[in-house]
Design a protein around this ligand. Structure first.
Ligand SMILES: C[S@@+](CC[C@H](N)C(=O)[O-])C[C@H]1O[C@@H](n2cnc3c(N)ncnc32)[C@H](O)[C@@H]1O
Length: 345
């Protein structure tokens, strides 16, 4: 074997091992197909590429070449030259599929942008800083506020199914609570669940102004806004005082330790000596949890410098905010629910 041939053979065998974790062409092609809604546009037909290009507003030659690549990867079929059809994997990209995969992969929506942020991973690993701003020119929260479609797709991704919401809510005993503040509460999906389940409860939704505005509409649509006040503000500023419980769901993992402590301190100040702070994070409850958590941890770092934390790491944050973790609960679906109270002086 010549040296060149040996190099070639080595390249090929290395490629076989590494391709599943290195190839960027196929994952991008799948995302482009999802973004263009090709599965919806093909439906149950066999569609010539010229027609598909017309339906999707794309370049027929480029679309043809991308779809041919995908057919070789097992996504879509080409029953005759230049004519494409949906197969079982491609059907998963239908807009109406219950997996929600199309929206998750849509490069114009939050799911796809979250993946594209990973193109800045080298910057993140070199500096320890998030990559979102490097990739998109704005921090994630400014980006969401500046792009209505992106904000709407973020809200949609945050809107868990009712089983997950009920599970998150069930990790704390709400009986006896009269007023809850949902801090960084998004459009109020958890707050709506709490108000619905506990008719005597009042709520305050705290989030950035645009999001709090969307929350007001979300709660009004459910007839719950008369039991709720809305604070469009930063949680790094003083928070509305006087609630019995300040809940932070999927907020602390968005932030580095210093910022997380500042948010907890704001909650502690507003809660006063008798208030409680409830931190809810998704920890995963299955065998796949460590791998899922490792990926989520890296995503959080890339997106906003956040982190997935262990119970001990949460205790350390609470301690730094002069709080004490007085209750921990793991729910059946894998939410970690921590109750914090002011640390004894
Ligand atoms: C991952 S989402 C979680 C939303 C909600 N708690 C849930 O579980 O669905 C984080 C939320 O923090 C909000 N947020 C980010 N920075 C904020 C700030 N400085 N002040 C208030 N809210 C902020 C975002 O607008 C977003 O709604």
């Amino acid at each position: 074997m010549t040296e060149a041939a040996g190099g070639e053979a080595a390249w090929e065998s290395a490629w076989k091992v590494l391709a599943p974790v290195t190839d960027l062409v196929t994952p991008m092609a799948v995302r482009v197909a999802a973004t263009l809604r090709l599965t919806d546009l093909i439906g149950g037909d066999r569609v010539p590429v010229q027609e598909l290009a017309r339906r999707s507003g794309t370049n027929a030659d480029a679309l043809d070449r991308m779809l041919r690549h995908l057919t070789h990867q097992g996504v879509y079929t080409e029953p005759e030259p230049g004519v494409f059809a949906v197969n079982e994997p491609a059907a998963l990209l239908a807009s109406g599929h219950p997996s929600g995969m199309r929206a998750r992969l849509d490069l114009d929506g939050f799911g796809g942008r979250m993946d594209l942020a990973c193109t800045g991973l080298l910057h993140t690993v070199r500096t320890g800083e998030p990559a979102w701003e490097t990739v998109f020119g704005l921090s994630i929260w400014s980006h969401l506020a500046s792009d209505e479609h992106l904000g709407a797709t973020f809200d949609a991704m945050m809107a868990d199914g009712s089983d997950y919401l009920a599970d998150a809510a069930a990790g704390f005993d709400w009986s006896g609570v009269r007023h809850v503040a949902d801090v960084g509460g998004g459009t109020g999906v958890l707050l709506a669940e709490l108000l619905r389940a506990h008719p005597g409860l009042r709520g305050t939704l705290v989030d950035l102004p645009d999001t709090a505005g969307r929350g007001r509409r979300f709660l009004a649509d459910r007839g719950l806004d008369d039991r709720c006040s809305f604070a469009g503000q930063s949680f790094f500023d003083p928070l509305p005082a006087g609630a019995d419980v300040y809940v932070l769901r999927r907020v602390i993992h968005d932030w580095d330790d210093g910022s997380a402590v500042r948010i907890l301190r704001r909650c502690a100040e507003a809660a006063g000596p008798r208030g409680r702070i409830v931190v809810i994070e998704f920890h995963g409850g299955t065998d796949a949890a460590p791998a899922m958590r490792a990926e989520m941890d890296l995503r959080m770092l890339v997106i906003n410098g956040g982190r997935e934390r262990t119970l001990e790491q949460y205790r350390a944050l609470a301690d730094a905010a002069s709080l004490e973790v007085t209750g921990t609960h793991m729910t059946p679906l894998g939410h970690l629910v921590l109750t914090c109270t002011p640390a004894a002086a």
